[in-house]
Write a new protein. Structure first.
Length: 327
């Protein structure tokens, strides 16, 4: 539908995505998964592997006095984390699409924070990406501080090398389709521990450091100006997002297939039960996530950008003539 001000969305050509290629990737992934399942079942029939699983059932165990359950603050932190990530991923993909920014933003240097150098002009999508990043980092810092202040960290930080064989054992058990019995209210299995640790304490810092390196906040002079090089940061930032997406996909599939109602109650209602309350809160949170995706449109938020700097809108190209019939 032609409109007087074509939104950024209509300028991203969805035709650029090759659905055929995507379908082939999907088929390839399913074949690989089927092979992995067959291999895991084969392995589990071997006595040596059975002994290994018996020795490392999947939990390295928590220290005495470890907190039981998931407190409400953790549920909130997790919700805001996902909420901001939806906006970060959307604006990141817009930046990556290399579309000409529909507007540019220049920080008003007559107000706080004042800097010596002249502010650099940013594409409006990079501006929005950076604003949401700031909220995401703030939320993450609060989460990590609370994690350590409450002792809750022992549930996601490995303290014993046996998490490695235990994680391997968990992966083998899931792949062989004979799933272990879990009680994640008391403790996560070691594959969860390792992957939660990786996303919080490895992938997130990498996203932050490489993102800051590409941003105007990074000093142009001095020792920091060289370390790490901007080229390395650029090369790492996008694969880090792919890691986040892969983690989220596997995480959500497992949350929903290993006792969805109980898991959702843990995180969304802070209770250990298998009624529908956690699910209802989760469903409500999905509405907020869809809202985050819809709102994360740079031009929609341009009036907000104007309050903190100068926004220059670029003339929009005329909408391309619509073909009479779609193929
Ligand atoms: C809508 C999508 C999501 C749902 C439904 C979901 C659900 C859950 C649930 C139910 C748990 C508790 C696990 C259990 O009791 O077994 C959990 C924990 C966790 N999730 Fe998610 N999750 C989602 C997205 C994400 C994303 C995008 C990230 C990060 C990139 C993430 C990171 C984590 C972490 C780090 C934990 C462990 C938290 C702790 O105990 O400190 N989740 N999630
Ligand atoms: C504090 C955290 C972060 C900061 C400071 C940051 C900063 C940036 C900056 C400045 C750019 C623009 C680069 C350019 O001008 O071309 C960018 C691009 C991008 N960001 Fe971030 N970012 C952060 C976190 C994240 C996270 C968590 C994700 C995804 C999970 C993400 C996904 C992306 C993507 C996909 C791009 C486009 C990359 C490309 O063109 O290859 N960012 N980010």
């Amino acid at each position: 539908m032609p409109s007087s001000s074509p939104s950024l969305r209509s300028r991203i050509s969805w035709k650029q995505i090759s659905w055929k290629r995507l379908a082939w990737y999907l088929v390839g992934a399913l074949v690989l998964l089927a092979v992995a399942v067959l291999a895991a079942r084969g392995l589990r029939s071997l006595p040596a592997v059975q002994a290994f699983i018996e020795q490392y059932p999947g939990h390295s165990g928590l220290p005495d006095g470890a907190p039981v359950g998931i407190p409400a603050w953790l549920g909130w932190q997790h919700f805001f984390n996902v909420f901001f990530l939806v906006m970060i991923v959307r604006t990141g993909l817009i930046i990556r699409s290399k579309q000409r920014p529909p507007a540019f933003w220049t920080r008003d240097n007559s107000r706080f924070p004042r800097t010596k150098g002249t502010p650099r002009r940013l594409g409006i999508s990079v501006w929005l990406h950076l604003v949401v990043d700031a909220f995401w980092v703030l939320n993450g810092v609060v989460y990590v501080v609370l994690l350590f202040a409450t002792g809750q960290w022992v549930r996601i930080v490995p303290t014993d090398w046996s998490v490695v064989p235990n994680s391997l054992s968990v992966v083998l058990q899931y792949l062989s389709l004979e799933w272990p019995v879990e009680n994640s209210w008391v403790s996560y299995n070691d594959a969860q521990v390792l992957s939660y640790f990786a996303v919080v304490f490895i992938a997130s810092p990498i996203a932050i450091i490489t993102g800051l390196r590409m941003s105007p906040a990074w000093p142009m002079q001095g020792r920091l100006a060289k370390l790490p090089s901007e080229r390395v940061a650029r090369a790492l930032h996008f694969p880090t997002m792919l890691f986040f997406l892969l983690f989220t996909f596997v995480h959500v599939v497992l949350v929903l297939t290993t006792g969805a109602l109980r898991n959702l109650n843990h995180l969304y209602a802070s209770r250990d039960s298998d009624d529908w309350i956690g699910f209802a809160v989760f469903a409500g949170s999905l509405v907020a996530l869809v809202g985050a995706w819809v709102v994360a449109r740079p031009l929609l938020l341009a009036p907000l950008a104007e309050r903190f700097g100068q926004v220059r809108r670029m003339p929009q190209p005329a909408p391309a003539p619509q073909p009479a019939a779609r193929r």
